[in-house]
Design a protein around this ligand. Structure first.
Ligand code: ZN
Length: 177
């Protein structure tokens, strides 16, 4: 099992940097980082985490959708490391949905995202993967992908009226779904 890593918070300049390509996926340090990120996102009740969130400016993230107290309706999937990811196509249809971020505790925002995307990434074994993602998992991918370019979900909220506190989110949104 991986170790828990400290998650940096909004304001740390690393979150605003463009992350670097991962050169050698088989490197022990990269493999350990994947294990540590997987453990860290599970412990934090997240559904995804990108390397810059733990102060590693690398193009790598984990998508780990599963129902948990922060996202009770999330679909279940195996945590997947996605390395040097790309979005190769996206639907013009945009959907607004609630997001939070482990680097921005206490805040939720309604963010427009493409409903469907086609992606490519290298997996932890060095194999190129191509997938079509939809709905919530597509949303996670787009959120994590933005972290690699120094973008956070608040940058993509259309109106400050679409931002609420975690406490109100729990009250208004989760209790009504
Ligand atoms: Zn985030």
């Amino acid at each position: 099992m991986g170790e828990l890593l400290p998650i940096i918070q909004l304001g740390d300049p690393i979150l605003r940097q463009k992350a670097n390509l991962v050169e050698n996926i088989k490197d022990e340090r990269i493999q350990k980082l994947i294990d540590d990120l997987t453990a860290t996102v599970a412990k934090a009740n997240g559904v995804g985490i990108a390397a810059p969130q733990v102060a590693e400016s690398l193009r790598l993230f984990i998508v780990a959708s599963r129902p948990n107290p922060r996202y009770p309706n999330a679909p279940e999937m195996e945590p997947t490391a996605m390395i040097n990811p790309k979005i190769t196509a996206h639907s013009t249809e945009m959907v607004k949905g609630w997001e939070g971020c482990l680097c921005i505790p206490g805040i939720r925002g309604r963010v427009p995202r493409s409903q469907k995307i086609e992606v490519e990434y290298t997996d932890r074994n060095g194999k190129l993967q191509k997938q079509e993602l939809t709905d919530f998992v597509a949303r996670i991918f787009q959120h994590e992908y933005d972290h690699l370019d120094g973008i956070v979900f608040l940058d993509k909220v259309e109106s400050t009226l679409d931002i609420i506190t975690e406490q109100e989110y729990q009250k208004q949104v989760i209790s009504n779904t």
